[in-house]
Write a protein that binds this ligand. Sequence first.
Ligand SMILES: Cc1cc2nc3c(=O)[nH]c(=O)nc-3n(C[C@H](O)[C@H](O)[C@H](O)COP(=O)(O)OP(=O)(O)OC[C@H]3O[C@@H](n4cnc5c(N)ncnc54)[C@H](O)[C@@H]3O)c2cc1C
Length: 453
Amino acid sequence: MAPQEADVLIVGAGLSGLIAARTVLAAGLTPLILEADTRVGGRILTEELGGLPVELGAQWIGDTHHRMFALAAELGVQTYPQYDDGETSYELAGTGVLRGNEFHSRFGDELAELEKVLRRLDELAAEVSPATPWTAPHAAEWDAITAGAWYDAQGLSPAARTLLEICTVGILAVPTVEVSFLHLLFTIQTCGVTSELFAESEGGAQTTRFVGGTAEIPNRLAALISEHIVFESPVQLIEYGTDSVVVHCRGGRTATGKRVIVALSPMLAGRIGYDPPLSGYRDQLTQRMPNSAAMKAFFIYDEPFWRSDGLNGQLISDIGPARMSNDTCVLGDDRGVILLFLEGEQARTHTQWSEEDRRAALTAELVRHFGDRAARPLHYLDGEWGSRQWTRGCYNANCGPLVWTTYGPALAEPIGPIHWASTDTATEWSAYMEGAVEAGERAAREVIEALTA
Ligand SMILES: Cc1cc2nc3c(=O)[nH]c(=O)nc-3n(C[C@H](O)[C@H](O)[C@H](O)COP(=O)(O)OP(=O)(O)OC[C@H]3O[C@@H](n4cnc5c(N)ncnc54)[C@H](O)[C@@H]3O)c2cc1C
C-alpha cells in the first residue's frame, strides 16, 4: 500500500480529532485522520432503540458550553431542553424511597452541610489554574491526598458524606479514593463552579440535548471533511524526526506528514509505539492517567408515567445498582425513556453481570422509585465502555495522587512534531464535548503556527 501524504496527520476521529482536522483545513493545510473504528464520534455514540435515538455516549451540553452551542448552530443541529419538572426520588440512609419535598425536610441539616462543603470546594478550586494545576499555591498538599480523604476530614454526617460521594462519582466515574484532591479541584475549575458541575437545571452541564441524537454533531462534521478520513486504520507506531512523521497502522497503511495530532485519551496515546521512544517523563504520565468506568442503561415505556405522578424521572440512591437516573424522553415522541447511570464501582461490578441480571436489578430499582409500571418496559438497552477497544473506559482520564504535581506538564506539551488533543487535555470543561472541541482547536493552532510561521 503506497503511503498517503498530508501536512497534518491526526490520530482519531472523535470530536477532538474532527475539530482539529477542520481547523487545519481552514488554515490551508491538508489533514488526514486515521481512525481505528468504522465510524466517527468515539465517545459520542447514538444508537437506535425502538426507533428512538438513545445515547450510549455523550448526551447533554450545558449553558456555558459555548463552543458546542456554536458548533450545533453552524452544523444545523437543533437543540432542546432537558425535562426537569417535578420532584426527584431519593433513597438514602435506610429511609426507603422519599419524594423530593419529603427528602428535603427530612435531610435539611445534611443538605446544608453539603452546601457548605460545595462552597468551600469552589473557594479552593478558584486557586487552581486549569492549564497548570501543579502551580497552585497548595498544589503539593492537595495532590498528596485523595478527594475522598479530604471529604472524610470535613466532619460530615454519614448521609451528607454519602450524597457528596454520589455527586462526585457521577462526575468522575471513579470512587473519590482514587483521585487526588488537586484533580477534583482542577475538574471543578475547568467547569466553573460546583453548581455548574453538579446541577441539572439552569447553569448545569446537562441542560440541553440534540435533536436526532448527539452523533449528528460528529457525523455532520465528518461529512464536511470526508475525503480526509480513513477508517479501520488503528495507528500502532509513530516514527518522527524534527519536522516529519510517518504513521504506521495495523493492516499495513502508512501515512507521512509534517506534524501529527494524537487525539486520544492519554492512556490510549500511551499504547501507541513511538520511534524514537518518548521520554520516560511522558510515558510515566500516560501510565498514570487511567480512564474511568461508567455505563448507561435505557428503558423505554409506552408513556412517561412518572410525569403524571409529579416526578421528574430523576432518582438518587445509595442502594442502587444505579445511583442516578434521568428522564430522557425524545422531543416529539410520546414514549417514556428513563436512563440509569452506573458509575465507578457500580459500573465495574455490574458489567460482570449478565445483561438479564443487570436489567432485573435495575428494573427492581425503578419499581421502588416509580411504581409497578416501571416493570413493563417496551425496550431495554445498556452499554459499557471498558470493553470497547478504541475507548477502554469513560467518561475520561483521572489523576490519582501526585500525578499532576509530578507529571502535569507532560500532558499537552508537544514533543517535536507530535501534538496532543482529546478532551482529557482541555482546560475548559475537560472530560466533556466542550473540552474535546477546545483541545482540538488548541492542538490545530499549535500545528498551524509551526507550519505557517
Ligand atoms: C457514557 C458517556 C457519557 C458521556 N456524557 C457526556 C455528556 O452528557 N456531555 C458531554 O459533554 N460529554 C459527555 N461524555 C464525554 C464525551 O463523550 C467526550 O468528552 C468526548 O466525546 C471526547 O472526544 P475526544 O475526541 O476527545 O475522544 P474520543 O471520543 O475518545 O475519540 C478518540 C477517537 O480515537 C479513535 N482511536 C482510538 N485509538 C486509536 C488508534 N490507535 N488509532 C486510530 N484511532 C484510534 C477512537 O475510535 C475514537 O474515535 C460522555 C462520554 C461517555 C462515554
